[in-house]
Design a protein around this ligand. Structure first.
Ligand code: FAD
Ligand code: SF4
Length: 527
């Protein structure tokens, strides 16, 4: 072995780098080089990730290794239960280097700051040179985003998105946006029509390799969150392509209309179900956007649907990644609203009388899809956590745990930025705080709820209503100068001093009654 490795390159492929055209594999010499892939405890356990997420990553990694081997590539694959597994990526790199005289190590820049730090430290002590290549699977490089952000007072996704439209030519009509407008959001806020149900969705039948990964996770991570029974995520590029093709063909035309709608027991609605695949590298984001545009150009989907869909990927996804790398590590500490409460137990158990929250949490647990769509994450669980004043670390840990698509680079700007305003306005220009009226407008949840969505105070009133004014009052000093909150603050001021004090007291009482207490020991223990 040692002789064969003389001068060979050791190439690391991480669990979310499963792309044929990964930069770190670009000049791969299949006859000579070694690809290292390792399932390690450190990555699988730094939060108690949903079991489906771990099974998905292991299954996809194993399938990718088989794919490389079929091309004749030598893959050093370390399984999670291999007796000599060191438990960390860096440990496995050192162990691989001990195998023989490699000439260098090639890495592709990793998605999370935490691991990037560990790999940078490794590069400092490794016995051979370590080359780290840019991850070209994103449409905007970290450097380009940094340059775009450099001379701006505020970072707003909308302006970034326009620049990305110009750069890629997506949905452009010469120098102008297709149809004359950049954004068709106003047409994408319909409540689900009574009697209309979303179409059946294509889910992926687990292959034998996936079933094996599922069994390993059930055996080795029994105390992790969630169930494995309903696993249906694509684990190969071909499986991911089937889900994407089905979406583009049947679902995309109505994506825009129902983009923000929610319905009880309907986790998928008309969403793409592709985030797990894009985040793993099984789908290429620019290719997904171009294919969606082609559907529009062929007259098979309206502009509001296609623009709305492309904006999520070309705009939001790239913007969130740019913000993350621009602001870490300091971003991870942000807590602009001084939130200090623990996460109520019902976020884990789903045991709550709030019909909206129970449904969104149930889609993550009881139904065990490890999925909720964007508006559910933002306006139900995120909105509630913010108005309860839950500490951002606890919010982050929950989102990282319950969803199969969760990676810190995309999860954190969404939670600390968009959902809870803990970043103080880097991602969003105002907190997305909303009373029950918003949820009532966009869903069918309230009809079946024990709470009265029109009630303002008292135990029977919708908790979102009871929290809303108290949230604004509690954060008056921080938020009252925000121009986008001028209207609600004018309304609040119209209530008069004593009514404001009552609203604040009502919100405090609601925070306590929902379990958003101050001390960890007052909360129920995790299972
Ligand atoms: C609080 C909160 C936490 C989130 N955490 C994650 C996360 O950990 N991982 C993750 O991939 N997405 C996250 N999102 C974004 C979004 O909710 C998911 O990408 C989406 O629900 C995935 O389902 P889909 O593929 O059906 O999406 P669709 O609605 O069909 O959208 C298509 C694609 O656009 C991209 N996208 C849409 N919205 C966003 C967004 N806000 N940020 C980044 N990409 C976006 C995704 O790649 C998605 O697959 C979060 C959003 C919120 C509000
Ligand atoms: S009444 Fe309030 S708690 Fe109940 S479903 Fe509606 S918004 Fe949610």
């Amino acid at each position: 072995m040692t002789g064969q490795l003389d001068g060979a390159v050791l190439r690391l492929v991480l669990g979310d780098q499963l792309s044929d055209d990964l930069a770190g594999l670009a000049d791969l010499d299949p006859d000579h080089d070694v690809v290292l892939m390792a399932e390690v405890r450190e990555e699988a356990t730094y939060v108690r990730h949903h079991k489906q997420k771990i099974a998905l990553i292991f299954a996809a990694m194993r399938a990718f290794a088989v794919r490389l081997e079929a091309r004749g590539v030598c893959v050093r694959y370390v399984r999670i239960d291999a007796p000599e597994n060191t438990g960390s990526i860096v440990g496995e790199l050192h162990r691989a280097l001990d195998l023989g005289p490699f000439s260098k190590v090639v890495l592709t820049e990793c998605g999370e700051w935490r691991l990037a730090q560990a790999l940078a430290a490794f590069a400092g002590v490794a016995s051979v040179p370590v080359e780290t290549r840019e991850d070209r699977r994103f449409i905007c490089s970290r450097d380009r985003f940094r340059r775009w952000a450099a001379d701006r007072r505020e970072l707003r996704m909308e302006y970034f998105y326009r620049e990305m439209r110009r750069k890629t030519g997506l949905l452009m009509d010469g120098p102008d946006p297709e149809g004359g407008r950049w954004n068709y959001d106003a047409e994408n806020r319909r409540k689900l029509t009574r009697g209309l149900r979303p179409p059946e969705r294509l889910r992926t039948l687990p292959s034998p390799l996936t079933r094996e990964a599922i069994a390993d996770v059930a055996r080795l991570f029994p105390d992790h969150f969630g169930d494995l029974e309903a696993f249906g995520w694509p684990t190969t590029a071909e499986e991911a392509e089937a889900v994407l093709a089905d979406f583009l063909d049947r679902i995309l035309p109505a994506f825009g209309d129902w983009q923000d709608a929610m319905a009880e027991g309907e986790p998928w609605m008309w969403h793409g179900l592709i985030s797990t695949s894009i985040n793993l590298g099984l789908l290429d984001p620019l290719d997904v956007c171009r294919r969606a545009e082609a559907v529009y150009r062929e007259g098979r989907a309206p502009l509001n649907a296609v623009e709305g869909f492309i904006r999520q990927i070309l705009g939001w996804r790239e913007f969130m990644r740019g913000v993350y790398w621009l602001k870490v590590p300091e971003y991870r500490q942000r807590n602009a609203l001084d939130a200090d409460r623990v996460l109520p137990w019902f976020y884990w158990s789903g045991e709550t009388d709030m019909a909206c929250v129970a449904d969104v949490v149930a889609t993550s647990r009881t139904n065990a899809y490890a999925y909720a769509h964007h508006i559910q994450r933002l306006m139900v669980t995120g909105n509630l956590a913010m108005m309860l004043g839950v500490h951002p670390d606890a919010v982050d840990a929950w989102y990282m745990t319950v969803y199969a698509d969760a990676y810190e680079w995309v999860e954190m700007p969404n939670t600390r930025g968009m959902a809870t305003f803990a970043d103080g306005g880097v991602v969003g220009s105002k907190p997305y705080a909303a009373s029950g009226a918003y949820i009532n407008r966009m869903s069918d949840y309230c009809g079946a709820c024990r709470y009265d969505v029109k009630g303002k105070s008292g135990d029977g009133a919708c908790p979102f209503n009871r929290l809303y004014w108290g949230f604004l009052e509690r954060n008056r000093a921080r938020l009252r100068d925000n121009i986008r909150l001028a209207m609600p603050y004018r309304t609040l001021d119209g209530f008069g001093e004593s009514q404001r004090a009552t609203l604040l007291a009502e919100a405090e009482r609601t925070r306590l009654s929902l379990g958003a207490v101050l001390r960890e020991e007052d909360a129920a223990p995790p299972d």
